[in-house]
Design a protein around this ligand. Structure first.
Ligand code: MN
Length: 715
């Protein structure tokens, strides 16, 4: 185990600004906090944070990272609180420790690799400061190095699997190749020991067979490039068993070629030297076609830069050669951590040619104005997945959603049925509103009811396309259902009033005559008010419309009194008369007649706004009154404007109420449809003003109805 002064000395060797006092105090704090706790290996527990700090020092990370490494398990595994950490080491360290603690609570719950990518994103999204992720990776590396001490095979396997699926790819993503290789190999050892053993055996055999082949080739390469006048460092490294194994699997071949097991690395001083060395190598030995890659001109997304080529080299072996500068080599090994150390040393720090990860590059630009290298890591926030949020199902499944998503989005992401029947949500065990915005790592449990159904109001806060389109579709479907119900009721009544049977055949004929695709469409059209019930009856029974046909009841009017007997006193004999469309006068209303040239007399209610237009022409006003006799009830059109809550069933409640009060809807039109309210205008056949007043009162008593007024304005 690394001793206290060794650790401090190692950190001070590359980070002279590191807070020596804080390092010493953190070392002691970790020892005290973990006390007599032990590891599976029997070692005192505090050896673990100390080793983690050592790994971070090998990466040449800043003093705060080392302190965080020393303290990383104190909050999770001891009585220490974040306040204690904050009090002793400051708020920034407390935040870093908190970040690591949160990451420790996330475990890959299943071996479902489909989830792995989401888990990796979750890790990145939760590591607000890249140091949190680096400490977590160092923590995992040490745990993997000591995994063999864990007694339960199931746990070893789970940890190894998680390492393979989550941690190794994360290390690769931030460019830490050597960390990735070691993590993978340690996991491979646990997951498939047989395969690993056979690869190791084969490597040993080839090594003996080769008889110092690798050192001989290294020497030849060094001489050849050296002769061209370049300072060069050549090494030949056996690839890791796992990488050989994967290559064998991928290409479905056995490894026999040297190029499959050894990578030769040529490290030169400048980028120009890289291309010069490449020329020398291709000049000396023929290149293998199709194996050349230039990651210097086109770096990998994680910032990796190098030239790769394969040649038929000395002794006719295929050689895989990587050519790069020292800085590129460090970046290839340490990724983002190398950027920090280059920054700190101000040594060859060249942000302008740095084709690093987007966020590192952006930060380097910002940091050009920041002189303190200490601030580099602090500002290296992982902003890659800020537009996403990751939440858990109760069983540990991970759901990725756009940021701003709510439990409704979550429910639909789980399954359409879950969304459709969702009535509430528990977030981290607490009941919350469906409109609550979800955060990274939230565990969401959807409360369902078979009676539940999507509400149009959800559209206001749902953000995913899936949820929104589903809600809209459901609302449209529900609307059509209501139109169908309404249309059917209107038609039943109209057919009954006409004394005709509402047979399927009659409806089919009407649908055809009125240009509707199906009977259903026809009924819905009636419900929507596009087609009137009279048109349907007329089309179904053309003879019924003929004069003298059986019609036990006067036809309801649709605004025009036509040539029927008009129940109005005071009219000029022989003059056409009609009820105005603006105010729809009903028996019981005080009324007035207006003489209109060419159109006869228009009947208005006395309070109709239209009458203002005729104030200058009193000669056109006629004194009229109703002559309705109670025995022969006549039906008139009453028109109302109402505002109804936009929710399933509201329209049904309205139409049912009107029907129950003997009003017969002849037309219904939406005048405005907002997310939360419908505004609509309904025409219905009523006896008189009192009848209409009763219906209005009944509607006002209904919870779904926000307001209802008799229509006054022509629409
Ligand atoms: Mn740990």
């Amino acid at each position: 185990m690394l001793r206290q002064f060794e650790l401090v000395e190692r950190v001070k060797s590359y980070d002279t600004a590191a807070d020596e006092d804080a390092l010493n105090r953190a070392y002691v704090f970790a020892m005290m906090a973990h006390g007599a706790q032990t590891r599976a290996s029997g070692d005192p527990y505090y050896s673990h944070p100390v080793e983690v700090a050592g790994i971070l020092a090998d990466m040449k990370l800043d003093g705060s990272s080392i302190v965080t490494g020393l303290l990383h398990d104190t909050v999770e595994d001891t009585d220490t609180t974040l306040d204690d950490i904050s009090g002793q080491f400051g708020g920034r360290i407390a935040q870093l420790v908190d970040g690591v603690t949160k990451l420790s609570r996330i475990e890959l719950q299943s071996e479902n690799t489909k989830q792995a990518e989401n888990f990796r994103k979750l890790f990145l999204a939760m590591s607000e400061d890249i140091r949190v992720l680096l400490v977590k990776l160092a923590d995992r590396l040490h745990n993997m190095r000591t995994l063999r001490h864990v007694r339960q095979a199931g746990k070893r396997r789970r940890v190894a699997h998680e390492t393979m699926e989550i941690y190794a790819p994360l290390a690769e993503r931030i460019g830490m190749q050597s960390l990735k290789d070691e993590l993978e190999d340690l996991a491979f050892r646990e997951i498939n020991p047989g395969a690993r053993d056979s690869v190791v055996e084969r490597l040993k055999y080839l090594r003996e067979e080769g008889d110092d082949l690798i050192p001989r080739i290294v020497e030849r390469l060094r001489n050849t490039i050296g002769k061209a006048g370049m300072t060069v460092d050549v090494s030949g490294r056996e690839k890791r068993p796992y990488s050989i194994w994967r290559k064998m699997q991928r290409k479905n071949i056995a490894f026999e070629q040297l190029s499959d097991i050894v990578a030769f690395r040529v490290v030169v001083e400048t980028k120009e030297d890289c291309y010069a060395a490449l020329g020398v190598i291709h000049d000396a030995w023929p290149m293998v076609p199709g194996r050349f890659k230039d990651y210097i001109s086109t770096p990998k997304p994680n910032g990796y830069r190098s030239i790769h080529t394969t040649v038929y080299g000395p002794e006719h072996h295929r050689l895989e050669i990587q050519i790069r500068t020292r800085e590129m080599d460090d970046v290839a090994q340490l990724g983002v951590a190398a950027h920090w150390s280059y920054r700190a040393g101000e040594e060859r720090a060249s942000p302008s040619d740095g084709r690093q990860y987007r966020w590192v590059r952006e930060l380097l630009e910002i940091l050009d104005h920041v002189s303190d290298p200490e601030e580099f890591l602090e500002h290296t926030k992982l902003e890659m997945f800020q537009d996403q949020v990751f939440c858990f199902t109760p069983k540990g499944g991970l759901i990725a959603l756009p940021s701003g998503a709510t439990p409704v989005d979550f429910a639909y992401a789980v399954h359409t049925d879950v969304g459709d029947t969702c009535v509430g949500a528990k977030i981290n065990g607490k009941i919350n509103q469906l409109r609550t915005i979800l955060h990274n790592g939230d565990q969401v449990e959807i409360v369902r009811s078979s009676a539940g159904s999507p509400s149009p109001t959800w559209e206001r806060f749902a953000v995913t396309g899936k949820a929104r389109s589903r809600i809209r579709r459901f609302v449209r479907m529900k609307e059509r259902d209501e139109y169908l119900r309404l249309g059917r009721a209107i038609l039943e009544r109209a057919f009954a009033q006409a004394g005709r049977d509402m047979t399927r055949k009659a409806q089919k004929q009407a649908a055809k005559a009125l240009g509707q695709k199906s009977v259903e469409d026809l009924v819905a059209a009636v419900g929507r008010g596009v087609v009137t019930s009279l048109q349907v009856v007329g089309a179904a029974y053309p003879e019924a419309a003929a004069p003298g046909a059986a019609n036990p009841r006067p036809k309801p009017r649709d605004g025009s009194a036509g040539d029927r007997a008009v129940p109005i006193r005071g009219l000029i004999p022989g003059m056409a008369v009609h009820f105005s469309n603006c105010c729809h006068p009903l028996p019981g209303d005080r009324i007035v007649g207006i003489v209109t040239s060419g159109k006869g007399v228009a009947i208005h209610t006395i309070d109709c706004d239209t009458l203002q237009q005729f104030e200058e022409t009193p000669e056109r006003w006629l004194d009229v009154s109703w002559s309705v006799d109670g025995d022969a009830p006549e039906f008139h059109v009453g028109r109302i404007d109402l505002v109804v809550v936009n929710e399933p069933g509201a329209l049904g409640a309205v139409t049912t109420l009107i029907g129950r009060n003997n009003g017969n809807i002849s037309n219904l039109k939406f005048t405005d449809r907002a997310v939360d309210f419908y505004e609509m205008r309904i025409d219905m056949e009523v006896r008189d003003v009192r009848h209409l007043a009763n219906i209005i009162a009944a509607l006002r008593a209904n919870a779904a109805v926000t307001s209802v007024e008799r229509a006054r304005i022509q629409g």
